[in-house]
Design a binder for this molecule. Structure first.
Ligand SMILES: O=C(O)CCC(=O)N[C@@H](C(=O)O)c1ccccc1
Length: 368
């Protein structure tokens, strides 16, 4: 396909409630969307970078800059490109995986809308719907946490993920276990808030039968997580540390984790995500699809990815209403704890024009 031009668009979406993690509190999302225009079709992608470089080094303003100055010219200067060619064309530019993922997704979406193939079928999805977990932020009190968890379980979520940090870990997990029993699927996400010194403390989580503890140690570590994995019984899952299939191979070789949270934006795209899925499956490592508070654009792609056979654990593929009163696309609505994989060409969803114009804060057209 020859790209005619690419539109960058920032949209403002307030969250239905503040979302607190060990690295900060989110009240709204300043989301960067990408629209790739070709003679055959248009395609959409979502950049999951946050407004500040707190989850990783990427942030929205930097994504706009690197796309405008380096990534988009590298794509539009080519006589033709397809989804498989994007990562190769952008490889010479270091990092900025979330920006690269948004562009690759938009090119793939255009390509697939032109060919009539769904994103899920392209990736190798084998399920028509996926079981959904939900991520629960750090709260001001245990009662507030229990009310939130009660509400999500009532909505049908099949797995609860609790954000933890030093001072908010053992007691919240204990309270949820005592209130809701051993039957609910429960896991914890530390977002790199601990060090190996905390190993004995983290071992106290072992009594609660958690599915996993996600990224307990530094965001770029593999070696210390391997040491921690030998000192606690709760399975270690990596998120921030895995930025490529090479990282995943190293983590598996070192024994750094037994579960991987696959977040396409973090690793540079859905094609790289499928590589990690295939590698992990070959090693008996379970994977699940993480989330970055995506709008329906990124959510559609994540739900398609989560339908691949190796995604054996419920992901952070919540319904749109977990974060947004009004999504930029038709909302993803939980049905019996599951979301249906879109079956239309490409992502199978697109922004609602009236909503998009209302929430757009900035847009720029970059011609080929
Ligand atoms: O449901 C979602 O999309 C969010 C899932 C979630 O907890 N994401 C976490 C994470 O570290 O995995 C996150 C929160 C805020 C910002 C970035 C990441």
């Amino acid at each position: 396909m020859k790209i005619s031009g690419i539109e960058l668009r920032r949209i403002d979406l307030p969250l239905v409630a503040p979302f607190r993690t060990s690295f900060g509190v989110e009240h709204e999302r300043d989301v960067l969307l990408v629209r790739v225009v070709t003679p055959e079709a248009e395609g959409w992608g979502e950049c999951v970078a946050m407004s500040s470089p707190l989850y990783s080094s990427e942030y929205v303003d930097a994504s706009v800059d690197v796309m405008r100055r380096f990534l988009i010219p590298a794509l539009t200067s080519r006589p033709g490109i397809d989804g498989y060619g994007v990562a190769h064309a952008l490889a010479k530019f270091k990092g900025h995986r979330m920006a690269k993922t948004a562009l690759e997704t938009a090119v793939l979406d255009a390509q697939l809308r032109a060919s009539g193939e769904s994103f899920g079928r392209f990736l190798g999805a084998t399920a028509e719907r996926v079981p959904c977990g939900v991520s629960v932020g750090i709260m001001n009190s245990i009662p507030e946490l229990l009310d939130a968890v009660d509400g999500y379980l009532s909505e049908g979520y099949v797995r609860i993920k609790l954000k933890i940090e030093p001072g908010w870990d053992i007691e919240p997990v204990r309270a949820v276990r005592e209130r809701f029993g051993d039957g609910i699927l429960l896991q914890a996400d530390a977002n790199a808030a601990y060090t190996l010194v905390d190993a004995p403390h983290l071992a106290k989580l072992d009594e609660f039968g958690l599915l996993l503890i996600e990224q307990p140690l530094a965001n770029d570590d593999l070696v210390q997580h391997a040491a921690l994995s030998k000192r606690i019984n709760t399975p270690v899952c990596l998120d921030e540390s895995i930025e490529s299939v090479e990282h995943a191979a190293a983590a598996i070789t070192l024994g750094s984790c037994s579960i991987i949270n696959i977040k396409p934006g973090r690793i540079g795209g859905y094609i790289e995500a499928r590589k990690i899925h295939d590698l992990a499956s070959a090693h008996g490592i379970a994977v699940w699809c993480g989330g970055m508070l995506e709008t329906g654009i990124g959510r559609a792609a994540n739900v398609a990815l989560a339908a691949l056979p190796g995604f054996t654990l419920p992901g952070d593929t919540s319904g749109s209403s977990r974060y947004y009163a009004q999504d930029v696309t038709e909302p993803f609505v939980l049905d019996d704890g599951h979301l249906t994989v879109p079956t239309g060409p490409g992502l199978g969803v697109e922004p609602l024009p009236e909503v998009l114009s209302e929430i757009t804060s900035w847009t720029e057209w970059i011609p080929a």
